[in-house]
Write a new protein. Structure first.
Length: 208
């Protein structure tokens, strides 16, 4: 299936003051977006960032789901710390979704993530995404709206034959413009190295 500019989940980890034109492009692309993950400081940070407040307001005004990035440390981060991030994303940035990162794939922590999911919903997350980065145990499927079942480079992705479902998402970096991504919700970016999510998806690169 050739990549289509529909239902893009974009983790864009650049500060709005440093990349204003790119943020403008994202906001202008609202009809193509499943959501945008905002990540002011590897989470919500210790205080509101005015530039992210503004860009989150603009995204929501354009009808885009704003997903607050929250690290869960593969189940090692304390529940209270995760909840603090979720509430700060809601209160400071008006996030109406949550992107829980570093989620394990094995079933041993399903109940832990079930509780985190309940906390995220209580904190106002109408959309909940779990980022496993690899294909998880099926017990995780009922916990969230979307599971990221692959995050990694194109060279690894193209060698795999991953299961596909409507509630799966693949995030691929170091990808060529013609990369074929199997899932309906997806993101393929050209960036690589230690900070691949500082580049926009190929399909948005040439939009005004």
């Amino acid at each position: 299936m050739k990549e289509s500019p529909v239902d893009l989940l974009v983790p864009y980890y650049e500060h709005p003051a440093d990349r204003p034109a790119e943020w403008d492009t994202l906001i202008a692309s609202a009809p193509l977006l499943y959501g945008v993950v905002i990540n002011p400081a590897s989470g919500a940070g210790r205080a509101p960032d005015p530039a992210f407040v503004t860009v989150a307001d603009r995204l929501r005004a354009a009808g885009v789901c704003v997903l607050g990035y929250t690290d869960t440390g593969y189940g090692r981060r304390p529940h209270a710390d995760v909840l603090t991030d979720l509430v700060r994303h809601r209160d400071w940035y008006g996030a109406d979704g949550a992107f829980l990162d570093q989620v394990p794939t094995d079933p041993g922590l399903v109940e832990h993530y079930r509780r985190l999911g309940v906390a995220a919903r209580a904190a106002g997350a109408a959309t909940l995404v779990l980022n496993h980065g690899a294909h998880p145990h099926p017990a995780y499927a009922p916990l969230a709206d979307l599971l990221v079942t692959f995050e990694g480079p194109w060279d690894a992705y193209r060698a795999l034959d991953l299961p596909v479902a409507d509630h799966y998402c693949h995030l691929v970096y170091a990808a060529p413009p013609d990369a074929r991504i199997a899932t309906r919700v997806r993101c393929a970016v050209p960036g690589g190295g230690a900070h691949p999510w500082g580049t926009l998806p190929h399909v948005l690169e040439h939009r005004p």
